[in-house]
Structures are given as structure tokens and as C-alpha cells.
Design a protein around this ligand. Structure first.
Ligand SMILES: [Zn+2]
Length: 563
């Protein structure tokens, strides 16, 4: 946990506690922020530097079967970006989908200390947890794909809402997941059942089920809220990437009816359709989306910004990957996980002269620049979908430095800018405090991580110390110090210690009777036996259960006893 430490002379940005650039000491002991440490404690002189909580990525793709598939399909990118072994660190490869060890080191070197893998099939949980063990420094959790799950569809179709809630709790608990994730609900079932078929609206019938995406989404929002999960249902809406999808996105947010819901990578869901001949061209409807979010405190989103350069589309949305394959390089992969989800991978490059790519870039910036509540519109590139996490410092500069933003705008496809409102947001520049909110304090609050994203007494001692610089990209590219659980991991910009982060997961209670509903389905339809399905504790050498606060209606009379 490291020895006691006092950080002095730094300008502290701790928006959750109302600290906005004040010069004050921060003390650390036994992995936590404390009020004071003995006078002989080690000191870091942070004069001329900025002290923030460690970065928290609320939505990224860093581990598990689909990530590994994306690594395998692009061996050429490994050769170009080799991470050599050092006395302290393991070797690895980079590119847009770095190997496990490289992922941990590189996030840490940017000042990040927590990351959430955003899409894992229940059957992929073991693989994900094994990769997490090889992803150093970061605390991690994962969102479990449940929006195309056939047994959950059956329960919902038969109106068995309570059992749906217990089954959802069971799935989260036995996989050691963090939150339920919906990806294009119904899309995989359509894709499996018909040639190149997909969902086109919330009211489409889902294959042979007497269900619609509208019913599925509403039911999961309700169940997630009743279970009192620390993070609500995390939704990748239907129609991702399609012109005119803004209506689907707005309708999805309305389904929450005041209850909490999180919309993932909302940039990809903010498109209008051009009129007349160029109907298939998207336009920006960022204003409509951000206006809805600004005025509905129950809704949160991460932006899913697009950055120019190489990326890798990786998604549980199989029909989407099929559509995008035409725009990628000449490789793509589609895969299916029995009863649970689809998956697609497309290596991709965003180009500033291409109309659609430039529009996507502009919409991401528009959403952030028009947002009135940084606590609920937080930072992401949906790594590596909109760009690598390595591009975060450049995105921060685009938000903080309007001159730089203007220069960049001059290089991109101007027709795309004509279709966006980015030129109307020229004035705004994010402050350091707002950056601290969208990259740390906000994600922590949305994830329900009360010990993270702030520097109050009792918080996890995850900190980043940046040298102040006019060039914000440079400043955020290489922090001078990074502290994880009170241990000095980065010192003078270099990795000085290895560290194993924790798995953050939930363990909601459920009625044990639900296992008698689930087990026969396994015997009939799964290739794995029911008894072998739950992930046992050996997969979690270091874990932390984040508590749930179920509503009275959802608390079972007797709690489940399985792991
Ligand atoms: Zn994603």
C-alpha cells in the first residue's frame, strides 16, 4: 500500500468536494486519502503542478474474447508498435488494441487508474477476468451483455417481470459483472434469423419473439433501478451509425420515464438525415440530443468522440459490423455467442477529409461543448471504436484550447462542418475543473463508486499529478506522478512500480428459486452445464463488491446463496 505521503504546493482539482485549483496538501496513507500524516512522511513537491483524482474510463473495450479477436485479426499493427520488456514491466504490443500488459501500463502513463470494459458476454466472463489479471495498475469492472439473451427474452415475453429481475441479478452475480449492458436490443436475434436483417425501430417485432426493443429496454431499465445497482442499465441504442437515428435515441431516453439510464457513446446515435437526394448522408442532431440530456437529470451519457486516425470497430452489434465492413480495410469478423450475443470486428480509419468521419468528429465536440452538466455528459472515445485511449490528451486539448480547435476545424471536410453546429460553439473552453469532472469525478459518480473520483478523506488514494503547460495535449500526455492505492507508480514520467488493481463487481441478492427456472434452459440449450457456469472466486484474486440498494419491491425474502 506504500508509505505515508504528503503532496505539497500543488493546485488541487477536486470538484466533488468543491476544490477548484486551491493550493493545499493532500495526504495519503494505507491506500487511502487521510487528513494528515506524520511530519517525517515522504513529500512530493508539486509546485507548478496540478493534482487530480486518477482518471476513470467509464466505457472502453480492453479485455475479453472480442478484444482478443480484434488483436488476432490485425497482427501487422503489433509489429509497428512493440513494447519492450524492462526490469519492471512485461513486453507487449500496441496499436489500437494493445495487449493486456501494455493496456495497463499505457493507461497508467496517461494518469488513468480505473477502466470499465463495456461489453462482455456472460460466457466470456472467465476470459475477461483472466485478461484483467494481466492488465496491471488499473481497477477494472465489466458490463454484462443481457439485451439479446434468449432466456431473459422468454421471461419477458411471458410477462414474468419479477423473475426477469431475479434472473438479471443472478447473471450479474455469477459472472462477477458490474452493470447490465444492452446492445442494439433485438438486433442479434434478427441477424441470426434472416439474411442481413436488423432492427430498424423500437417497435419492430424481434424475430420469433412476441417482443419489441421498446419492451426490452423499458423492462431492463425498470429491473436495473429496482435492483438498486450502483450503475444503471448501460444502453447502446438501436440504429447505431444510421442516418436519422436521433429519433430512436430520443425515444429510448424517453422510455426511462424519470428513472436512471446511461446511454453509451451517444455521438454515434445523434444523426439526422439530409433532405432530398443525399438522404443517406447523416447530419448533426447533437443539439436535440444534448438539449434532452441537459433537461433530464435521470439520463447520463458518455460521448464516444471520434478522433482522426486508426481505430478498431468492435461491438456486440453484429449487424452493424456487417454494414461497416464496406468502409473498413479488407478484413472483418463476425461471431456469435450461444443464447447470449453477437459480435463484430472491423479495423477502421477515420479521415478528416471524409464527410461522414468529419461530421462524427464535429458531433462529439458539439455534444461536449453544448453540454450544461459535465457530471452527466462524460468523456470517452468508446476506445478503440472512435479512436484509441491514447488520443485522450488531444481530445482534451480540443476542448480546452479554442485556437487549436479552430486550426483543426480548418483541415476537415467543410461540408460536414456546414451540417454541424460546431462553428457556433467557438467560444467555449473547458476549464481544468470541468476536465476533472468529465474524466474522473463524473464517471465515478455515474458508476456509483463513492471512494473514487475525489480526494476527500477516505477516498481511494488514486491520484494524478500533471505539470502545468499551455499545450494541454502535452500536459495530459505524460503526468509527472501517478499514485495508485497510495503507491507511487509513475515518478518523473516513468513507471517505477508494478501494481495489481482490483476487480470491481456487484453481487445483488436474488430469489434462489430462480435457479430452477434457469437450470432447465441450460440443460436444453447451452453447451456448458449449469453447475459449471458461475465464475468462481479463483478468478478474482483481488476484488471489491460495490453494494446495491434494492427498492423494497425488489428485495427477496431469502437471499441467494450461490457465489
Ligand atoms: Zn463500446
Amino acid at each position: 500500500m506504500g508509505s505515508p505521503l504528503r503532496i505539497v504546493n500543488g493546485r488541487v482539482y477536486d470538484p466533488a468536494n468543491g476544490v477548484n485549483g486551491a493550493v493545499q496538501d493532500v495526504c495519503v496513507r494505507d491506500g487511502k486519502i487521510v487528513a494528515d500524516v506524520p511530519p517525517d512522511a515522504k513529500r512530493i513537491d508539486a509546485a507548478g503542478m496540478v493534482v487530480m483524482p486518477g482518471g476513470i474510463d467509464i466505457h472502453c473495450h480492453i479485455a475479453g474474447p472480442k478484444v482478443n479477436l480484434a488483436r488476432k485479426v490485425q497482427p501487422e499493427t503489433h509489429r509497428d508498435d512493440v513494447q519492450l520488456r524492462t526490469r519492471l514491466t512485461r513486453s507487449g504490443t500496441g496499436g489500437t488494441v494493445p495487449s493486456t500488459f501494455a493496456t495497463g501500463y499505457r493507461y497508467a502513463a496517461l494518469g488513468y487508474t480505473t477502466a470499465m470494459e463495456a461489453a462482455v458476454t456472460p460466457l466470456g466472463a472467465r476470459h475477461t477476468l483472466e485478461e484483467f489479471q494481466d492488465t496491471p495498475v488499473l481497477d477494472k469492472g465489466f458490463f454484462v451483455l443481457v439485451g439479446n439473451n434468449l432466456l431473459l427474452y422468454r421471461l419477458l415475453q411471458e410477462g414474468r417481470r419479477e423473475e426477469l429481475r431475479h434472473a438479471l441479478a443472478w447473471w450479474l452475480k455469477v459472472t462477477k459483472g458490474y452493470a447490465p449492458k444492452l446492445v442494439n436490443p433485438g438486433g442479434d436475434e434478427m441477424w441470426k434469423g434472416g439474411r442481413n436483417a436488423n432492427i430498424t425501430s423500437l417497435d419492430d417485432k424481434i424475430g420469433s419473439f412476441d417482443l419489441t426493443p421498446r419492451r426490452v429496454i423499458a423492462a431492463f431499465i425498470e429491473a436495473g433501478n429496482e435492483l438498486g445497482l450502483p450503475h444503471p442499465v448501460h444502453i447502446h441504442c438501436n440504429n447505431l451509425g444510421h442516418s436519422g437515428n436521433v429519433e430512436t435515441t430520443l425515444e429510448t431516453m424517453r422510455l426511462a420515464e424519470g428513472r436512471r439510464a446511461h446511454i453509451a457513446h451517444i455521438q454515434f446515435h445523434s444523426y439526422g438525415a439530409a433532405a432530398g437526394k443525399s438522404q443517406s448522408n447523416p447530419t448533426s442532431r447533437a443539439r436535440d440530443i444534448i438539449e434532452y440530456i441537459n433537461t433530464h437529470p435521470n439520463i447520463s451519457a458518455d460521448v464516444g468522440a471520434v478522433m482522426f486516425g486508426p481505430a478498431t470497430i468492435m461491438t456486440g452489434d453484429a449487424p452493424l459490423a456487417y454494414m461497416l465492413r464496406r468502409f473498413g480495410s479488407n478484413k472483418w469478423v463476425n461471431a456469435d455467442t450461444e443464447n447470449e450475443s453477437g459480435c463484430g470486428i472491423v479495423p477502421f480509419k477515420y479521415q478528416d477529409r471524409v464527410y461522414t468521419n468529419a461530421l462524427q468528429w464535429a458531433i462529439g465536440l458539439e455534444l461536449l461543448l453544448l453540454s450544461e452538466d459535465p457530471w452527466r455528459m462524460v468523456f470517452s472515445t468508446d476506445h478503440p471504436n472512435g479512436g484509441s485511449f491514447m488520443s485522450y490528451p488531444r481530445l482534451i486539448r480540443l476542448l480546452m484550447d479554442r485556437r487549436y480547435r479552430k486550426e483543426q476545424m480548418a483541415h476537415v471536410n467543410q461540408k460536414a462542418l456546414d451540417q454541424s453546429a460546431l462553428r457556433d460553439c467557438q467560444e467555449r473552453e473547458y476549464s481544468l475543473s470541468e476536465i476533472a469532472i468529465i474524466t474522473r469525478a463524473g464517471p465515478a459518480r455515474l458508476l456509483g463508486l463513492t471512494d473514487k473520483g475525489h480526494l476527500g478523506v477516505g477516498a481511494d488514494a488514486d491520484l494524478t499529478i500533471y505539470e502545468e503547460d499551455e499545450d494541454k495535449e502535452k500536459m495530459f500526455s505524460a503526468p509527472r506522478y501517478v499514485i495508485k492505492d497510495g503507491e507511487l507508480i509513475i515518478e518523473d514520467h516513468e513507471l517505477r512500480a508494478d501494481h495489481q488493481g482490483r476487480l470491481l463487481h456487484v453481487a445483488p441478492d436474488y430469489d434462489p428459486q430462480i435457479e430452477q427456472v434457469i437450470e432447465p434452459f441450460f440443460e436444453d440449450f447451452y453447451t456448458i452445464r449449469f453447475a459449471n457456469y458461475p465464475v468462481d472466486d479463483r478468478y478474482v484474486p483481488k476484488g471489491q463488491i460495490i453494494p446495491t440498494t434494492p427498492s423494497a419491491a425488489a428485495a427477496p425474502a431469502t437471499a441467494g446463496t450461490r457465489p
